[in-house]
Design a binder for this molecule. Structure first.
Ligand SMILES: [Fe+2]
Ligand SMILES: [Fe+2]
Length: 367
């Protein structure tokens, strides 16, 4: 049974400018990295692949895609207040996440210009795509007379430092999970056009191809990762024990964040006629399969305990949010939240310990 939690109405700073939602562990993050290490990445082993991807990025297939046509020119007053609130929340979250990609790619492009012009141009073109995505989402928020002041978000948001290796793993996964999220919603609404209450969903098919291309670029970068900073050992990281542990860790972090977020925002999925748990599981399964082509291991999502344990984490998380929103004194809240947080970590550990699937071994068997 999925609970939806009552949420506060969107805060407004100035007329029409929405104050961003509070940052939590589950809100999309802004990243910074070791740009020196990024510049010294030796991409020689994947140069042909990366040049082919650069050509695709230059072709810019979605150049004319993000144009607001006449379907946007109408009043949205008929959408009730609660639906409006959950939809704006979805738009905001997506916009922040796209904008976070834009900022990181733009900075990587700038810092790599002299030392790695090939990667610099690729990052520049990926930043172009993410800026389009974020802008399109922000304009959609504008239809509800609210938009984000992205320039001020850039200054006020906390930036999380990730070493370049972590950036490559997490961005690869967030691009691929983004692809699956967009395409699953798109296909669902193709079958249920009566649930398409706003035209942005019609744009998801070509939009998600951008994310897919970005993911493929990061897959090539994954293969360039050195085990140490020495170029001669580069190809080894792909299939050693460390890469396997990291792959499991990043897969689980991305899937757990997804499960918890989808259930926290279940009402948005009901609005689209999607069952949140089913949607979440479909996205996790598909992303896991895709990642199996890039990582040396993938998670065993078909293990009988895999989804029930994640579901338990989500249930504890919903209780945690409920405590957080209560009006109890801070100390009482902390005491009530602590066992819930421990229970989430414990259950995540149990998922982590489920034996993963060795994708390298599978590559040599006929499926
Ligand atoms: Fe994007
Ligand atoms: Fe992307």
């Amino acid at each position: 049974m999925v609970n939806t939690l009552p949420q506060s109405t969107p805060k407004q700073a100035k007329a029409g400018i929405k104050e961003p939602n509070q940052e939590t562990l589950l809100t999309p993050r802004f990243y910074t990295t070791d740009f020196e290490a990024a510049a010294s990445l030796n991409v020689f082993a994947q140069e042909t692949e990366l040049k082919a991807m650069l050509a695709e990025m230059r072709a810019d297939y979605n150049r004319h895609h993000f144009v607001r046509d006449e379907t946007f020119e109408q009043s949205w007053e008929h959408i009730d207040e609660e639906s409006r609130r959950v939809f704006i929340d979805y738009l905001e979250r997506s916009c922040i996440s796209e904008f976070s990609g834009f900022l990181l790619f733009k900075e990587l492009s700038r810092r790599l210009k002299e030392r790695n012009p090939l990667l610099s141009e690729i990052f520049h073109l990926m930043a172009r795509d993410e800026a389009r995505h974020a802008g399109f989402l922000n304009k959609a928020m504008g239809d509800f007379k609210l938009s984000l002041d992205l320039a001020s978000v850039t200054k006020t948001r906390t930036y999380t430092f990730f070493p370049i290796e972590w950036v490559i793993y997490t961005v690869y996964l967030s691009e691929k999970i983004g692809y699956w999220r967009y395409i699953i919603i798109y296909h669902h609404l193709q079958k249920h056009p009566e649930k398409q209450f706003y035209p942005i969903f019609r744009f998801f098919e070509s939009w998600c191809q951008d994310e897919n291309r970005h993911g493929d670029i990061f897959k090539a970068l994954l293969r360039c990762l050195p085990t140490s900073r020495s170029a001669s050992t580069q190809l080894k990281l792909w299939n050693n024990w460390k890469a396997k542990l990291w792959s499991r860790f990043f897969l689980l972090s991305v899937f757990a964040t997804h499960t918890l977020t989808v259930h926290e925002r279940a009402s948005f999925y009901y609005l689209l006629g999607l069952e949140p748990t089913e949607f979440d599981r479909q996205v996790v399964r598909k992303t896991n399969e895709t990642a199996g082509r890039a990582f040396p291991v993938m998670l065993n999502t078909e293990h009988p305990k895999f989804f029930p344990l994640l579901q338990r984490c989500s249930d504890y998380n919903l209780k945690l949010v409920e405590v957080d929103r209560s009006s109890q004194p801070k100390v009482v809240k902390l005491l009530r939240k602590l066992p819930l947080a421990i229970a989430i970590i414990w259950n995540l550990l149990l998922v982590y310990l489920i034996k993963p699937i060795d994708t390298e071994a599978l590559r040599f068997t006929v499926r």
